[in-house]
Ligand binder design. Structure first.
Ligand code: HEM
Length: 398
C-alpha cells in the first residue's frame, strides 16, 4: 500500500509506510469507521475504534474500561512493543482512587498556569540549543541537536532534575528511547537504575531537591509517604515521555511547516502570538501516538453500536478524522484533537508540550528563516516500531 499524505496543501510530503506515520491515511476513514474486531499479532482479540466519539466514550469511562495491562495485552505496534509491566508509581496503568491520588499530587505542578511561568526559561533553553546547533554548523540533525536537548532540558527543569548534573545521563538513557521499549523495563535497565538512585537521593534529602520531585516527596500521598521505587516510577513516567514525545512532535512539526506550510513557518517569526494556534493545528494533523491507546473492558459495554464483552481489549485511534485534515487552518477551529488522549488519563504533560513546541518553533523561525531539509524527503527514516512516531533524523540546513 502506498502512503497518501493527509496534509492538504503541497505535494512534498515524504513517503512513509501507510499506517506507520502521522501522514498516512487510515485504511478506513475514522469518520465512517465502525468498531472492528481483529486479532492482534500475539493472537489477542481487540476492538479497533477509530471514530472520535467512540474513542472518547471508552477513554472517559474508567469504570467499564481499565488501563491496566497484563501479559496478554495486545501489542499496539507491529513489533510487539508497548507492554509495560505495572511498576510502582507508573500510574498511567492505575484506575480509580489510586490513579486519582497520583494525579492530585501532580496536577498543580503541570497546570497551564504553572507551566506558563516556565515559558521564559524554556525559550532561553531553546535559544541556547539553537546557538549550539548553529555553532556546530550545517547540515545539522534537528532531532539530536535541537529537539532532544530542548525537550530534555525543559522536562528536567519542570520535574526538578538538575540538567547540569544529570544531563549526560539523561541523554544517554532517554535519547531515542520509547516508553514502549520492553528492554527498558527490565529492572536492570539503565533507566531504572538511574532513577532509583535519583529517588533515593530525593527521599533522603528532599531539601536538596527543591523542584517537583522534592516537593512531592515531602507531600506524599493522602494516606502514606511515597516509597523509593514508587518515586522512581513517577519520575520515569514523567521523564520518559517528557524526553521522547515532544522531541518527535517538534521534529515532525518542523518537517510539516518547512515542507508543507512555509507561510505559517514565516508567520511564526512575524507574529509569535500565532504560535499556540499553529501548535494546536499541528496536533490536529500529527498523531505521534501512532498505534493509539489500549484499554480492556471489565464489564459488557456497548460502544458505537457494538457490544464489547468483559475481558476484551480495545484499541483507540487518536487520529483526527480524514475530513478534518483537508486544510491547515490555525485558529479556525476548536482544539478537538485527541493527540493528548481524553478522560482521566489525558496527558499530564500537555501544557508543557505545548510550551516546548511553541517556544521551539518560534525560536527556530525567528533565527533560521531559511531552514530547509538538507536531504531529499525520500531519505527520511521513520520510527515505525515505536509507539511514538517520528523521524530518526532530520538533516537540515539554513
Ligand atoms: C507532544 C507531546 C505528547 C503527546 C502527544 C502525549 C500524549 C499522551 C497521551 C495520548 C496520553 C494518554 C495515555 C492514556 O490515556 O493511556 C498521555 C499520558 C501521559 N503523558 Fe503525555 N504526551 C506528550 C508529552 C508528555 C510530556 C512532556 C510529559 C511529561 C510530563 C508527559 C507525561 C504523561 C503522563 C505522566 C501521562 C499519564 C497520565 C495519566 O495516566 O494520568 N507527556 N500522553
Amino acid at each position: 500500500m502506498t502512503a497518501t499524505p493527509t496534509l492538504a496543501t503541497g505535494s512534498e510530503t515524504p513517503a512513509a509506510p501507510a499506517g506507520l506515520c502521522p501522514y498516512a491515511t487510515p485504511a478506513t476513514s475514522p469518520a465512517e469507521g465502525e468498531p472492528v474486531f481483529t486479532l492482534a499479532g500475539n493472537g489477542v482479540g481487540t476492538w479497533r475504534l477509530t471514530r472520535p466519539a467512540d474513542v472518547r466514550a471508552v477513554l472517559d469511562d474508567p469504570v467499564s474500561f481499565t488501563s491496566r495491562r497484563g501479559p496478554a495485552s495486545p501489542p499496539p505496534g507491529p513489533a510487539g512493543r508497548g507492554i509495560l509491566p505495572t511498576a510502582e508509581g507508573m500510574f498511567v496503568q492505575h484506575d480509580g482512587p489510586a490513579h486519582l491520588d497520583y494525579r492530585r499530587l501532580l496536577a498543580r505542578e503541570f497546570s497551564a498556569v504553572r507551566t506558563s511561568t516556565a515559558t521564559p526559561r524554556i525559550t532561553a533553553i531553546a535559544e541556547q540549543c539553537l546557538e549550539d546547533m548553529v555553532r556546530a554548523g550545517a547540515p545539522a540533525d534537528l532531532v539530536a541537536q535541537y529537539a532532544l536537548p530542548l525537550s530534555s532540558q525543559a522536562v528536567c527543569a519542570v520535574v526538578g532534575v538538575p540538567w547540569e548534573v544529570h544531563g549526560a545521563q539523561m541523554l544517554e538513557v532517554f535519547a531515542d528511547q520509547d516508553l514502549s521499549n520492553a528492554d527498558l523495563n527490565s529492572t536492570t535497565s539503565g533507566v531504572d537504575h538511574f532513577l532509583r538512585g535519583l529517588a533515593r537521593d530525593v527521599l533522603a534529602e528532599p531539601a536538596r531537591h527543591p523542584g517537583l520531585l522534592g516537593r512531592i516527596a515531602v507531600q506524599g500521598l493522602p494516606d502514606r509517604p511515597l516509597g523509593e521505587a514508587e518515586l522512581a516510577g513517577i519520575a520515569k513516567l514523567l521523564l520518559m515521555p517528557g524526553h521522547v514525545s515532544p522531541t518527535y512532535m517538534l521534529a515532525l512539526s518542523v518537517l510539516t511547516l518547512v515542507q508543507e506550510q512555509p507561510a505559517w513557518y514565516a508567520e511564526l517569526a512575524a507574529d509569535p502570538d500565532c504560535a499556540p494556534d499553529v501548535v494546536e493545528e499541528l496536533l490536529h494533523h500529527i498523531t505521534i501516538k501512532q498505534y493509539g491507546l489500549t484499554r480492556r473492558a471489565v464489564r459488557d459495554t456497548k460502544v458505537g453500536g457494538v457490544l464489547i464483552r468483559a475481558g476484551q481489549w480495545v484499541n483507540c485511534s487518536l487520529d483526527s478524522p480524514a475530513d478534518e485534515l483537508t486544510a491547515f487552518t490555525p485558529g479556525a477551529r476548536p482544539a478537538t484533537h485527541l493527540a493528548f488522549g481524553h478522560g482521566p488519563h489525558q496527558c499530564l504533560g500537555q501544557h508543557l508540550s505545548r510550551t516546548v513546541l511553541a517556544c521551539g518553533l518560534t525560536v527556530l523561525a525567528r533565527h533560521l528563516p531559511n531552514l530547509r531539509l538538507a536531504t531529499g524527503p525520500e531519505s527520511l527514516g521513520w520510527r515505525t516500531t515505536h509507539t511514538v512516531a517520528g523521524v530518526t533524523q532530520l538533516a537540515v540546513t539554513w
